[in-house]
Ligand binder design. Sequence first.
Ligand SMILES: Cc1cc2nc3c(=O)[nH]c(=O)nc-3n(C[C@H](O)[C@H](O)[C@H](O)COP(=O)(O)OP(=O)(O)OC[C@H]3O[C@@H](n4cnc5c(N)ncnc54)[C@H](O)[C@@H]3O)c2cc1C
Ligand code: FES
Length: 372
Amino acid sequence: MRRKLAKMTDTVDSFRQGRIVPSDLYGRSVPDQTVSIVTDALDKWFALLDDGEYSGEHALPPVARTVRLTLEQREVLCVDEQVVRLTFRASDGAPLAAWAPGMHLDFYLPSGRRRQYSLCGDPGDRGTYTVAVRYIPDGGGGSEEMHSLAVGTELSVRGPRNGFPFVPCGQAVFVAGGIGITAILPMVRAARTLGMDWRLVYCGRSRASLPFLDEIEQWEIDRVTVRTDDVDGIPTGEELLSQVEGGSVYCCGPPPMIDAVRTSFDAVPSTHLYFERFSPPPVRNGVKFEVQLVNSGRIVTVPADKTALQAIREIEPNVAYSCQQGFCGTCRTRVLSGTPEHRENRLTAEEQRDEMLICVSRSTGARIVLDL
Ligand SMILES: Cc1cc2nc3c(=O)[nH]c(=O)nc-3n(C[C@H](O)[C@H](O)[C@H](O)COP(=O)(O)OP(=O)(O)OC[C@H]3O[C@@H](n4cnc5c(N)ncnc54)[C@H](O)[C@@H]3O)c2cc1C
Ligand code: FES
């Protein structure tokens, strides 16, 4: 179904590309308005069918280049949520690859872990890349490692890559939860510069937990809503989308916020919903199955609501992973026996014959033997 939809979306894209007008401020093409109305309606239909989930096929091509960066500056942004802003420069002093709002980098950490962080600086600055990282105390160690980087440390990054495209025209409502503001911030800055009709709803547990609030509160007060759980309670999807009058919705935040926005989206007059997750999506329609790890012979039971990766990590904590969403390929594993149910579109049909991405793909019930 997904592949059929992708083909239909390609057709829509080819209509759109046939009516391109000159490039925008960022050097990208802006679609003709009349065509946008038609394609937007089709897109909304596709988005409803396709469930708006991340698809590498809709993302801009990543910059497939690894570059060495040196950490130039480290600032604590928000003591309550423990967010640090890290600014890097190319170790050889060369200009960095261009990026657009919504893009992220893959960081190769000194331990060998690989983690994604959204670029939240100025896309016009080709000298530095800036990210902001929230410390996750019970996470997999990646955020802790980013927090402990000392100024002068060198590491490699790959990208920028875009899984969260921003369309720099028309109306836009941005919904950000906590650290999700990193992906949204450059979009709103661009929307302001371009004179778009935009609104921002920014939520978190308390004001002290919200990074970048000092900058955001300098913006047009009638376009920004800051909601905190301690004062306003946890927002519903309807509340988050109450200012939508058309155009696109962009959302980045914790899983319950994304779920609430997705559920309420059908009822608002918006044509597109774009969202990005910083943590794995909940498993939907999973069944319990077994995985056997060939190196140890151990058998792991994967419960219906967990991923194979999560279950395997309980006995093999060093198994490699990164995005946990089926797009980076880090967890790609050879299947020695059994038939996986592939829940991604990164691997080709050929690759899917004897490999699977264990962060999302599973089995419909029978045991799978993995080369782990
Ligand atoms: C495209 C993309 C962009 C990202 N951009 C940012 C960013 O700009 N800033 C940033 O701080 N992080 C960002 N992340 C998350 C980041 O890559 C790491 O996952 C995060 O730093 C935690 O790393 P970890 O190794 O400690 O935990 P992981 O092993 O990555 O995750 C372990 C568990 O921690 C939980 N978790 C992970 N992230 C969060 C979170 N933000 N809030 C609550 N629980 C969480 C999840 O339950 C997850 O299963 C992004 C992720 C993706 C996929
Ligand atoms: S961890 Fe990225 S594809 Fe599985």
